[in-house]
Design a protein around this ligand. Structure first.
Ligand code: DGP
Length: 115
């Protein structure tokens, strides 16, 4: 998608700190990290969100990348959180499916009442 910021990072049209890539998946550092480790895992192909008719195979490849990134970032032993914000209520702001991998400190965020 020509106006998608993550498609531009994947295509290397704009800068991004890419830490892993293969035929299906790209992982890069979040520009606005919420914790010491905050890496995003995205499919190369554009999907708006997790419900956007994505194949189980590709979903598998995306989620199989999570432990790879956790190990690469050194949080596989200490633990981490995996988040997929989806749609308006999920507070998704970039509409290219992405998995957040967050760690490196005790998680400050707990689910609570909506604000
Ligand atoms: P979400 O709320 O789940 O849609 O999170 C989108 C994340 O994407 C957010 O944590 C900030 C990050 N982000 C937004 N724009 C850019 C960008 O241009 N580059 C990078 N690396 N990350 C971005």
């Amino acid at each position: 998608m020509s106006d998608c910021i993550f498609c531009k990072i994947i295509a290397k049209e704009i800068p991004g700190t890419i830490v892993y890539e293969d035929e299906y998946v790209v992982a890069f550092e979040d520009v606005n990290p919420q914790l010491p480790v905050h890496t995003l895992i995205v499919p190369r192909e554009h999907y708006d969100h997790i419900g956007d008719d994505i194949s189980p195979e590709l979903l598998g490849k995306l989620f199989a990348t999570v432990p790879l990134i956790a190990k690469m970032k050194g949080v596989d032993q200490t633990g981490y959180r995996v988040v997929v914000n989806t749609g308006e209520d999920g507070r998704q702001t970039v509409h290219h499916l992405h998995i957040h991998v967050l760690g490196g400190a005790l998680m400050p965020i707990r689910m609570g009442p909506a604000d």
